[in-house]
Design a protein around this ligand. Structure first.
Ligand SMILES: Cc1cc2nc3c(=O)[nH]c(=O)nc-3n(C[C@H](O)[C@H](O)[C@H](O)COP(=O)(O)OP(=O)(O)OC[C@H]3O[C@@H](n4cnc5c(N)ncnc54)[C@H](O)[C@@H]3O)c2cc1C
Length: 349
């Protein structure tokens, strides 16, 4: 077996009371669903390359010897945490009993949890606030993971409790009155040398991040966890469909894709948002702006466009109901999950 040479870090655990064949089936199913490379697959071993490293499972007399391989400490942590989360879905007892060989930081902050200092806050037109933050340890914030969660304590909570790593290597978040608000945002721009990054907050009524961004001043401390989520698609043919919350990701993707990329971007946004948010696209990509007041459905437009350009990668992100509608239609038409990113960015309550 060849584990990627860059994955120099590893951690091991033995999963007891679990059937190797069942575990193997779960992993192979996951590999198929998300188009993950299978590095090894035989009667006694299965090894899958995940987004941030590899997971290897070996059948042994005392259980399933499991090894996580990654290039960086926070990736290793995310890999281990992801496996524990998966185990919790079908074997909670096994998940609770996991003990990793490198778990020396139980009780400490998760390695992907960061504190930052706000550097600047400025309005981008009438609908977005751009926040620049400075933090250490941003090396994982690359093009393959362009999102993170901002972590806000409840307003007026004096004694804030931050998350900690549990004995099985997963993150324990405070609950009840101490529950932290942690919505997902997009790294709009990052300068690794300076350790600074920008994110753009779409201003909407009742939004806790909106309230925070509207009143925060340079010098304030803020917490965030990540990176995570999707990255820049590896394609040069793309159809993108976005609402306001997906504009920062759309703009970053457009700036990063190869200059000879072809395709089309459709944005459904309030008039104020589309008057002020710039998208710089490659010459071969056209951009259409639709006013949400006119009642367009992004899902309907995407279904029609995807029929016309079935070979293009489809990137679709907006409100949950529309995302669900498009996902259902995409699957029904036999769309390849590996050739699409379909995500709900927010939901109406
Ligand atoms: C992968 C990913 C990337 C994202 N990137 C960004 C980003 O870069 N910039 C950005 O602004 N958002 C982004 N979002 C969306 C953002 O996480 C949600 O809008 C989130 O709910 C905002 O949290 P909040 O504290 O402002 O609102 P909350 O306090 O959680 O919600 C308050 C109320 O606002 C409503 N609400 C939430 N979002 C919207 C909206 N967009 N329009 C109208 N009402 C809304 C809720 O239904 C609720 O009723 C992203 C989401 C995902 C999944």
């Amino acid at each position: 077996m060849t584990v990627h040479p860059n994955f120099a870090l590893q951690a091991e655990t033995t999963l007891r009371h679990l059937n190797f064949d069942a575990m193997k089936m779960v992993m192979l199913h996951q590999a198929q669903e998300y188009d993950l490379p299978i590095i090894e697959n035989n009667d006694t071993c299965v090894c899958i390359q995940m987004n941030h490293g590899c997971l290897r499972f070996k059948n042994a007399a005392d259980g399933i010897r499991t090894t996580a391989f990654a290039a960086q400490q926070d990736w290793l942590f995310m890999l281990k945490e992801g496996l524990v989360w998966q185990l919790e879905q079908f074997s909670p007892d096994t998940a609770a009993q996991v003990r990793w060989s490198d778990v020396d930081k139980a009780g400490g902050l998760p390695p992907n949890f960061h504190f930052a200092t706000v550097q600047s806050v400025r309005w981008i037109g009438a609908s977005f606030i751009r926040v620049r933050i400075k933090a250490k340890g941003l090396s994982s914030f690359q093009d393959d993971a362009i999102h993170f969660r901002i972590v806000l304590p409840p307003a007026d909570l004096g004694d804030v409790e931050w998350p900690h790593v549990s004995e099985n290597g997963s993150t324990v978040w405070p609950t009840g009155a101490k529950t932290l608000h942690k919505p997902v945002y997009t790294t709009r721009w990052i300068d690794h040398a300076q350790g600074v990054m920008d994110f753009d907050v779409f201003v909407h009524e009742g939004g806790r991040v909106t309230d925070w961004a509207s009143s925060v001043a340079p010098g304030a401390q803020v917490a965030f966890v990540g990176p995570g989520g999707g990255g820049i698609p590896k394609t040069d043919r793309i159809l993108m469909f976005a609402d306001e919350t997906a504009l920062p990701a759309t703009a970053r993707i457009m700036e990063t894709l190869p200059a000879d990329t072809n395709g089309h971007v459709t944005v459904l946004a309030s008039h104020e948002a589309y008057c002020s948010y710039a998208i710089t696209a490659p010459a071969g990509v056209s951009v259409s702006w639709l006013d949400r007041e006119t009642g367009h459905s992004l899902a309907d437009i995407a279904i029609e466009m995807r029929d016309r350009f079935p070979e293009h990668y489809v990137w679709f992100a907006c409100e949950k109901a529309d995302a669900r509608r498009f996902r259902t239609a995409y699957k029904a038409k036999g769309g390849d999950p590996a050739n699409a990113y379909i995500a709900a960015y927010w939901s109406r309550r």
